[in-house]
Design a protein around this ligand. Structure first.
Ligand SMILES: [Zn+2]
Length: 397
């Protein structure tokens, strides 16, 4: 099996398969840790030299420049997220109870909570997504409907077609396309909502010029994840009790992986980079920093094994980019904050949200988000964002 296949088996419904996948993956990473430490030490040193030669005052400065945010916005995001680590521990305590465990054993971190996935044929997925969009804004539904009617979506898998799903924005003078590999289940319905969210974003941003058409990193997944949440809102009204619980748990787990874990990665990266200023780090030093950061995030809710200490070595972002993972966290929290605003303001929020999408990349993320009353530097930003997450957690039985 390839690494990706083994990684996927960590979500297998069979606990034995999960244990074996965990053993194989992290056992291998632990064995390779000496080589990977050398790689990390080299790329960190290179980055530190770069910072010095280019006169950067802060290790996050190049990233802040790229994403058009302030270093202090990133710092505030990291600290605010860490201050909410308790939500992660609370969720895994709940998951442990569901799995009948005292603490979640680390090979079960990604364990699915049900073996069955509801069937959702494409026609039904389409109807659900359009209804979810209509409840938010008839204009958004109208745009999404055009994708179906004008055949801008390639729906099913077939021989020779690439896998996955994405939305190609096209050009301001053309229109977006969506590629799917629809599999008639609930995940595929979410994928449809996600890609149509991108589609609506590109569609509305067409009023921009070629160079401003698109979305900067912090806003790149705004419309797509927002669309998924709109679909969930509808599903939470329609699904039977048990399915509802599973859907909510999935939402929270998404937040753990997209927001909290990415922040934990950033702390790991920052600490190990700082340590690299003094001297090269041994594999044990990397293990140690990783274990400390991991323990902070999950608290007492997870039972770790010796193998887990090497997980840092399997995260390609640490080798290929510097401080990339924080941007997943920022993007996700932006969506939650926008959604929190929508929940509070209702219909009055909709035109402001559409202005955000129409802006494309024509201004900085800060200026664009100001159109919807969201200020990255404010305490309210975090209150709205984490407030949504708290409400999902509270709704778990
Ligand atoms: Zn996306």
């Amino acid at each position: 099996l390839t690494e990706m296949e083994v990684r996927a088996l960590r979500r297998d419904p069979d606990p034995e398969v999960r244990r074996e996948a965990h053993q194989v993956l992290y056992g291998k990473l632990l064995a390779e840790a000496p080589t990977l430490s050398a790689v990390f030490n080299a790329v960190y040193l290179d980055y530190l030299q770069d910072l010095r030669l280019r006169g950067y005052r802060h290790p996050l400065e190049p990233v802040a420049l790229r994403d058009e945010v302030e270093v202090r916005d990133i710092e505030a995001l990291l600290e605010a997220t860490r201050a909410h680590y308790g939500l992660v521990e609370a969720y895994y305590r709940w998951k442990a109870r569901r799995l009948g465990q005292e603490k979640v054993a680390s090979p079960d971190l990604l364990a699915p909570l049900s073996r069955e996935k509801p069937k959702v044929p494409f026609a039904e997925a389409k109807a659900l997504v359009l209804e979810a969009f209509r409840r938010f804004s008839p204009q958004v539904e109208e745009i999404a409907r055009e994708f179906f009617e004008r055949r801008w979506i390639d729906v099913y898998p077939r021989p020779g077609k690439r896998g996955g799903a994405f939305c190609s924005g096209g050009l301001p003078s053309t229109h977006p396309y969506v590629l799917l590999n629809h599999t008639d289940d609930l995940d595929a319905a979410h994928t449809l909502a996600h890609e149509l969210g991108h589609g609506v974003h590109f569609y509305l941003a067409r009023r921009q010029r070629l160079l401003n058409f698109g979305a900067s990193t912090p806003l790149a997944e705004t419309a797509s994840v927002f669309a998924e949440i709109l679909l969930d809102d509808l599903l939470l009204e329609k699904l039977p009790e048990e399915q509802k619980t599973l859907l909510l748990a999935e939402r929270v787990e998404d937040a753990v992986n997209t927001l909290f874990r990415q922040v934990m990665y950033t702390f790991f990266e920052r600490r190990s980079l700082e340590a690299r200023r003094e001297a090269a780090l041994s594999p044990e030093a990397f293990h140690g920093i990783w274990q400390e950061e991991q323990a902070q995030l999950y608290g007492e809710a997870v039972e770790w094994t010796e193998l887990d200490q090497a997980a840092w070595a399997g995260i390609p972002h640490f080798v290929h980019y510097r401080f990339y993972t924080y941007s997943y966290a920022l993007g996700y929290l932006v969506v939650l904050a926008l959604y929190g605003k929508y929940r509070e303001e209702g219909e009055a929020f909709v035109p402001k949200y559409l202005e955000v999408l129409k802006a494309g990349e024509s201004q900085s993320p800060k200026e664009i988000l100001a159109k919807a009353g969201v200020d990255l530097a404010s305490e309210a930003f975090f209150r709205y964002g984490f407030g949504v997450l708290e409400s999902w957690l509270k709704a778990l039985p």
